[in-house]
Design a protein around this ligand. Structure first.
Ligand code: HEC
Length: 412
């Protein structure tokens, strides 16, 4: 019972360890997945930002390549005061409508003003450390980014949280080209100079499946964790039950063996177990005592037949053969004890079958019938004595009879 408890405790410890390891492994996997998902999302956001900037750049280059574009003057689109030095900034159409020149920076500013009105999460900005228009001055991050670009960096990115949303900000350098000089030569820029930077900022919580995907990662890990823990638990119950059953079986077996042993130990007969060759493997305590054997080790593997001589030996051999063939052989045999006391035995040899149904060993049970034999012999002797007495008496009687007849004849 103690042992069962110990096994149970040990098994439970293993199970706890297993569950802990499983949990750690899955937690590791969860963290790994979340981190790599996060990295993927950031990569994706950065790439989107790059594409946006590239498109902005194209748009500007297109504008610059035309030396700006003319649009109708409206309340929202007023002639740009910073272009006042350009000769044909404003031109009337033949019908009298006034058109004004839009420089690329103005174009994109209007574009992103539109985005702001539509509450889009994409924002773009052209800026410079020396802005022609103070309105285009950089913010704190942009200042740092522009300084980095001046040091030769080709791209500066930054992830930030604003109002509970994740944003990626990206800035690319904007170099002065020939087409820019039309308007920017007056600001002291030459071809190839870093004119400034163009930056975008976009939120990557939305439209990237960020939220639902993370939820799925959590859900799947939770599910796998629970299934694993469940299986470990079930395994524990099963093993525990099996162990219990095995212990019960062992206990039953032990009891039955104990019972058999107590029967053998308490039997007055001399019970011996032989192997198939007829060599002695075991002798019951009563047998050892009767035969006056003190150390059984000396008789281990002793040929059983050697206990008998002559006719007895033949009878014993036959009985062993019968038992080897699965039957029960019996014989009467004479075998004195070690200290020479004559003993007669009534022996029964039976097979012991193995689990495969084959005879595995033999058991010989000998009952001491010396006393019975003695009585038989005494009886025979007495009978003999009686017979001689009868013959003697008969002879005596005949003699007397003869004498009597002689006397009668003499008398006559
Ligand atoms: C048609 C004239 C015109 C052309 C062509 C032009 N720009 Fe500008 N650009 C301006 C004006 C005017 C401003 C400032 C006023 C504003 O914000 O509209 C400006 C602003 C900028 C700004 C914002 C920072 C600042 O100085 O205010 C950058 C950067 C810039 N331009 C880069 C360029 C580059 C690079 C090119 C050539 C590919 C170019 N521009 C072509 C007229 C022009």
């Amino acid at each position: 019972m103690e042992q069962t408890k110990l096994r149970f405790v040990r098994l439970r410890r293993y199970v706890w360890w297993l569950a802990a390891i499983w949990t750690v492994v899955l937690s590791g996997s969860l963290v790994w997945n979340l981190v790599s998902h996060n990295m993927e999302i950031k990569d994706l956001a950065l790439n989107t930002a790059r594409l946006t900037i590239e498109k902005d750049l194209l748009l500007r280059q297109w504008g610059a390549s035309h030396g700006g574009v003319y649009v109708p003057v409206t309340a929202a689109t007023q002639p740009n005061p910073y272009l006042s030095q350009i000769p044909e900034r404003d031109i009337p159409t033949p019908s009298g409508r006034l058109l004004t020149l839009l420089n690329p920076a103005y174009m994109t500013r209007q574009l992103y003003e539109l985005a702001q009105q539509k509450q889009s999460d994409i924002q773009g900005h052209s800026t410079s450390l020396r802005p022609a228009n103070p309105q285009n001055a950089p913010d704190a991050w942009e200042t740092q980014a522009l300084q980095a670009l001046e040091r030769g960096q080709t791209e500066v990115s930054f992830l930030e949280n604003r109002e509970g949303k994740s944003f990626v900000r990206l800035m690319r350098p904007y170099h002065t080209e020939k087409s820019c000089l039309k308007c920017h030569a007056v600001h002291g820029y030459k071809e190839g100079d870093l004119r400034g930077g163009i930056s975008v900022s976009l939120s990557f919580d939305r439209g990237t499946g960020y939220g639902p995907h993370i939820f799925l990662i959590w859900l799947s890990h939770g599910f796998i964790l629970l299934v694993g823990l469940g299986l470990i638990g079930l395994g524990f119950c099963k093993i525990n039950q099996d162990q219990r059953e095995q212990m019960q079986m062992e206990e039953a077996l032990r009891k039955s063996e104990e019972f058999t042993r107590s029967i053998i130990e308490n039997s007055p007969d001399c019970i011996k177990v032989l192997d198939l060759e007829g060599l002695l493997q075991f002798m019951s305590p009563a047998g050892l005592k009767t035969m006056k054997i003190t150390n059984f080790a000396e008789y281990l593997n002793f040929p059983y037949l050697d206990f008998f001589q002559g006719e007895n030996r033949e009878a014993a051999r036959e009985a062993l053969d019968q038992a080897r063939h699965g039957e029960t052989g019996v014989f009467l045999g004479y075998c004195p004890t070690l200290d020479g006391v004559p003993k007669w035995w009534d022996v029964q040899v039976s097979p012991i079958f193995g689990s495969n149904g084959q005879v595995e060993r033999l058991v010989a049970a000998s009952r001491d019938i010396t006393a019975q034999k003695q009585i038989e012999r005494d009886l025979a002797r007495y009978q003999e004595h009686l017979a001689t007495m009868v013959t003697e008496r008969t002879a005596e009687l005949q003699k007397t009879n003869e004498k009597l007849q002689q006397a009668r004849r003499d008398w006559e």
